[in-house]
Design a binder for this molecule. Structure first.
Ligand SMILES: NC(=O)c1ccc[n+]([C@@H]2O[C@H](COP(=O)([O-])OP(=O)(O)OC[C@H]3O[C@@H](n4cnc5c(N)ncnc54)[C@H](OP(=O)(O)O)[C@@H]3O)[C@@H](O)[C@H]2O)c1
Length: 262
C-alpha cells in the first residue's frame, strides 16, 4: 500500500539486510521512496536487492556502524548522490541474552558498539548535514522495550538500548531549534533472527514463548509512527500499557517485569 508521506523522499535504513530493517526497505520502496539500505553483509544486501521490484530506487551500501569512518563514508556517498537525506532509520542491533555470568566481554562490547556507539556516530555526523537542508530531516532510533522494562536475562542488552534512548532524549533538547526531528520508536516482540544465534539455555522463556509480530507488520506500524511524528512511540497496545504502569504504578510494573519467566 502506498503511503503518500514517503513518495520521493530519500530514506537511509541502517541495519537493512534482515528482520525489521529489510521489511522497512520493502515498504518504503512500495511507498515511492528512494531507499539506501545499509548493513554489514554484502551478500544479504544483494539478496534484498534481488527481492524488490523497485530496484532502480534502491541503493545498497555495506557498512559496519561500529566504525565511525565507515559511517562517514556512507553519508558522504549518499550526500554526493542525493544532496539530502529526509529520513534515517537506525535499525542496526545485536541482542545477547542470558544470566549475567554468561555475557562475555566481547558480546558486551559488540552490543554497546552496535546498539549505542553506531547510533552516536550516525547522529554526530548526520545532524549537521540535515541542519543544512532546506527541509530538515528526521532521524529515528529503533529502540527496544527492554530499554525501559529490562526483563531478567536481558539486562546488558537493555543497558545498551537505554544508552541510545538517553542519547536521543539529550539531543532532542540540545537540538530543539534545529528543526531536525529525533524519534525513538519501540517495537513489540517481532519474529526476526534477533537472539537466534544464542544456545537455547540462554534464551529466556519470555523471549521464546511470547506471541511475536510479523516483521512486515512491525515495519508498517513503525512508518505510521514516523509519519505521525511523535517523539516516543510504543508500537503495540500492551507495550503502551506496560510503559504507563512503569510510570504511574512502578511497584506493579516491578512485579510484572521481575516475574517474567526465564
Ligand atoms: N525483534 C524484536 O523482537 C525487536 C523488538 C524490539 C526492538 N528490536 C530492535 O529492532 C532492531 C532490528 O532488530 P531485528 O529484530 O530486525 O534484528 P535482526 O533481524 O537481527 O537484524 C539486525 C540488523 O542489524 C544489522 N547489523 C548488525 N550489526 C551491524 C553492524 N555492526 N553494522 C551494520 N549493521 C549491523 C544486521 O545486518 P548485518 O548482519 O548484515 O550487518 C541486520 O540487518 C534492533 O535494534 C533491535 O534491538 C527488535
Amino acid at each position: 500500500m502506498e503511503r503518500p508521506g514517503f513518495r520521493g523522499k530519500v530514506v537511509l535504513v541502517l541495519g537493512a539486510s534482515g528482520g525489521i530493517g529489510a521489511a522497512l526497505v520493502h515498504r518504503l520502496l512500495a511507498s515511492g521512496a528512494q531507499v539506501i539500505a545499509a548493513a554489514r553483509s554484502p551478500e544479504r544486501l544483494a539478496m534484498l536487492a534481488r527481492e524488490v521490484e523497485e530496484s532502480a530506487q534502491l541503493l545498497t551500501c555495506p557498512v559496519d556502524v561500529r566504525d565511525p569512518q565507515q559511517v562517514a563514508d556512507l553519508l558522504s556517498q549518499v550526500w554526493e548522490r542525493t544532496g539530502r537525506i529526509d529520513l534515517a532509520i537506525y535499525c542496526a542491533g545485536i541482542e545477547y541474552l542470558g544470566p549475567l555470568k554468561t555475557i562475555g566481554s566481547a558480546e558486551l562490547e559488540e552490543m554497546m558498539a552496535t546498539n549505542f556507539y553506531g547510533l552516536f556516530f550516525l547522529l554526530q555526523q548526520l545532524l549537521p548535514l540535515m541542519e543544512q537542508q532546506r527541509e530538515k530531516g528526521t532521524i529515528v532510533s529503533v529502540s527496544s522495550p527492554m530499554a525501559r522494562l529490562a526483563f531478567p536475562w536481558a539486562s546488558a542488552y537493555a543497558a545498551s538500548k537505554a544508552a541510545g534512548d538517553a542519547l536521543l532524549t539529550g539531543l532532542r533538547r540540545e537540538c530543539r531549534r534545529s528543526g531536525v526531528r529525533l524519534l525513538t520508536i519501540y517495537p513489540g516482540p517481532t519474529a526476526t533472527g534477533a537472539g537466534q544465534q544464542l544456545p537455547p539455555e540462554r534464551l529466556p522463556r519470555w523471549h521464546e514463548h511470547g506471541q511475536k509480530m510479523e516483521a512486515g507488520r512491525c515495519a508498517e506500524l513503525l512508518l505510521r509512527a514516523v509519519a505521525a511524528g511523535q517523539t516516543q512511540r510504543a508500537l503495540t497496545r500492551s507495550l503502551r500499557l506496560l510503559f504507563l504502569l512503569e510510570r504511574w504504578l512502578p511497584s506493579l510494573s516491578e512485579r510484572i517485569c521481575a516475574g517474567m519467566p526465564v
